[in-house]
Ligand binder design. Structure first.
Ligand code: 4AD
Ligand code: MG
Length: 454
């Protein structure tokens, strides 16, 4: 047996609960983050992967000064409480066993690397502080999401990744083809990777009332931006007997809950982002938790943008008119300059939104709600769904999306009801929480046009 029970995390937990005793014997396995030596005494910054903070190992045996940065070691020694130092305790080394040396050409050197360079070594970058913090927060955020829904009795549904429908009707799918076979041969249908689990999860909402799916989505968008990835994770709750306003209330409560959970449960990582990545990010998030999300109709937004233009604000896309699809610069202006916080935009023109959205009484708009946040833009897209069979059928026929989705129409025929839901872009939320400005740096192995190294 190799695995040891003790970890950095357990030592820090003991320390914070005042249970760590001076002199305690320890036996740990982990990696050397730095190793320096002043002749008579040496210091290793040690991390075993279980906690953000390193532990300092202090040794006298000069042999250990040869242990290279990046190597894995086993260390035996004793805890020394150091209340007057930067680190609250250290380990006085009795013995270090080198488990595996780290070759000299280790690409992750001690100096600061650019994020671009680190993307080229995605298999190693999780060892660099920023990514070490990002991917742990990714995990904490995932847990918070499940916790929120499970505590409220939502049923988690695994929706398929291979599908025959383009849920959004936007024609941005990746085709799935079995090797050596002609397209269509394998499934006897047009198969693609899912762009959204919404249609599948709607069916389950009509059984279990409150449900969610949380998994990967794939989009063949040619947009090479800092906010688009070809593969990303999405949370899609769907709620029966729930209208647009209820939907927004859930979004607001959900976001506040999961942000608070991360602030409370990833303190070291969040402090790191606050000092190294986005100054004030914690304050920004605390403000979100304590403020009421503003709501505004698309029509009002257009009026504000027109005024901004009249007053001399320059937009790249400067032809502001009702019916236009908002560009990210418009969304950012509204949330960053006008509201200075999260903003729901509701009631969009039906022409620029997906076919399944509920038609409003005005005949021109649909009951959509996008949540916009500063610097990220659109974080959530949601809507009340069209529950009227005839209206939905008409809209599907209009865009030629009715074949193969008869089952989706059935949901309106066999005891349907008012229902709503939304899709939260998980990676974009992680960008917002960490202050990291490129989606490629919050995903373990990002997939974007022209990039599939790992
Ligand atoms: O607005 P979207 O396209 O909505 C849907 O897919 C609906 N079916 C959701 C629903 O009502 N159940 O996508 C939802 C969110 C966006 O707001 C954005 O945050 C994220 O998914 N998203 C992307 N994130 C990263 N890369 C991309 N290419 C993304 N496309 C959408
Ligand atoms: Mg959207």
């Amino acid at each position: 047996m190799v695995k040891k029970e003790l970890t950095n995390r357990k030592l820090f937990d003991e320390f914070y609960s005042n249970k760590l005793s001076d002199g305690k014997e320890v036996d740990l396995q982990g990696r050397v983050r730095t190793n320096r030596n002043n002749g008579s005494i040496g210091f290793i910054e040690f991390n075993d992967g279980t906690f953000f903070k390193n532990i300092q190992l202090v040794y006298e045996n000069n042999e250990y000064s040869k242990i290279r940065y990046g190597s894995t070691i086993e260390v035996k020694g004793n805890i020394k409480l150091t209340p007057n130092n930067k680190q609250p305790f250290e380990i006085t080394v009795k013995e270090i066993n080198l488990l595996n040396d780290c070759a000299e050409d280790y690409p992750l050197q001690k100096k600061r690397h650019s994020f671009e360079f680190l993307r080229e070594i995605a298999h190693l970058r999780s060892r660099a502080n920023t990514f070490y913090a990002v991917f742990r927060v990714r995990n904490v955020l995932t847990y918070a999401i499940h916790k929120y829904f499970q505590e409220r009795n939502f049923v988690y549904v695994h929706t398929p990744l291979i599908t025959s429908n383009d849920a959004e009707g936007a024609g941005q799918v990746f085709k799935v083809v079995a090797d050596m076979k002609k397209p269509d041969d394998f499934f006897k249908a047009n198969a693609s990777l899912t762009v959204s689990g919404q249609l599948h999860v709607e069916a389950f909402a009509l059984t279990y009332r409150d449900v969610y799916t949380f998994g990967p989505a794939f989009r063949a968008e040619q947009s090479n931006t800092t906010r688009h990835a070809s593969e990303f994770w999405m949370i899609e709750p769907e709620m029966a007997f729930c209208d647009l306003e209820d939907n927004m209330n859930v979004i607001e409560s959900f976001l506040k809950y999961i942000i608070k959970y991360v602030l409370d449960n990833a303190k070291e990582e969040m402090n790191f982002f606050d000092t190294m990545i986005e100054k004030g990010v914690i304050k920004k998030l605390e403000h979100v938790i304590h403020s009421e999300f503003k709501r505004m109709t698309y029509t009002e937004a257009i009026e504000i943008l027109k005024k901004a233009k009249e007053n001399g604000h320059h937009f790249e896309f400067n032809d502001i008119h009702w019916g236009m699809d908002l560009q990210s610069e418009h969304e950012r202006y509204l949330t960053e300059e006008v509201i200075k916080g999260p903003l729901f935009l509701i009631d969009y023109p039906k022409e620029i939104k997906a076919f399944y959205m509920k038609q409003n009484a005005d005949g021109k708009t649909v009951a959509a709600c996008d949540l916009l946040v500063p610097y990220v833009g659109e974080l959530i897209g949601g809507s009340q769904r069209e529950e009227k069979y005839d209206v939905l059928l008409y809209k599907m026929q209009e865009i030629g999306n009715d074949k193969g989705l008869e089952w989706y129409l059935d949901l309106r025929k066999y005891g349907g009801c008012i229902h709503s839901g939304f899709g939260l872009g998980f990676d974009r939320l992680l960008m917002y929480i960490t202050g990291i400005s490129n989606i490629r740096d919050v995903q373990p192995y990002p997939r974007t046009p022209g990039s599939l190294k790992f």
